[in-house]
Design a protein around this ligand. Structure first.
Ligand code: DGP
Length: 178
């Protein structure tokens, strides 16, 4: 009798687990958790950053450009610099961890807090940033391929409001991203 009760309880638990894994059931109000609780720390940081984004406020990248804080700079010219991303491990949770992950950032933000602020006058700089992205990717041994990502705004998971390109590679990347 005890064994039968155990079997019934275990089968119920398995059925509950499979129901919870069903995306249609997950959207049911009984299973729904508050939006904030479902967010990753990167998503929460992006929401907080967007709420505080101020076109004139300096960002951490201004300190890096001014060499006021230490960073691993792997390329620099008069318009931009490339540096290793500080959080490659955190990206593992977002399934974005890559053995090579660097950022290309313009030295003068010039209103480019995010890509969607781009104007005609930024075209040459935007082209230059892409050109440098592939140049440094080759320098980093990413000849087999790499990915360039620009996060824009809260839904794009942007956390630093100074335009930057993420360049990732060094392993087979999957598609689509999350
Ligand atoms: P995004 O979420 O797209 O705005 O990316 C911002 C990136 O900036 C994120 O990948 C981590 C990186 N980052 C933030 N602070 C620092 C820092 O102090 N040094 C370096 N190297 N990277 C940083």
């Amino acid at each position: 009798m005890f064994a039968a009760a155990l079997r019934r309880a275990s089968s119920l638990s398995l059925r509950t687990q499979s129901l919870c894994a069903n995306p249609q059931i997950q959207s049911h109000r009984l299973f729904a958790r508050p939006v904030a609780a479902r967010m990753s720390s990167e998503e929460r940081a992006a929401q907080a950053a967007a709420a505080q984004a101020d076109d004139d406020a300096p960002t951490i990248f201004d300190k890096i450009i001014a060499k006021q804080i230490k960073s691993d700079i792997i390329y620099e010219d008069d318009q931009c610099l490339a540096l290793r991303d500080i959080q490659p491990q955190a990206r593992a949770r977002a399934r974005m961890a890559a053995p090579v992950h660097f950022l290309v950032i313009p030295k003068h933000r010039d209103g480019l807090t995010r890509l969607s602020r781009a104007e005609e006058r930024h075209k040459a700089l935007l082209g230059h940033l892409l050109f440098v992205a592939q140049l440094v990717a080759k320098q980093e041994g990413l000849q087999p391929g790499f990915r360039v990502v620009i996060n824009d705004g809260p839904q794009g998971c942007q956390s630093v409001y100074h335009l930057h390109l993420h360049i990732m590679g060094g392993r087979q990347l999957s598609w689509p991203p999350g």
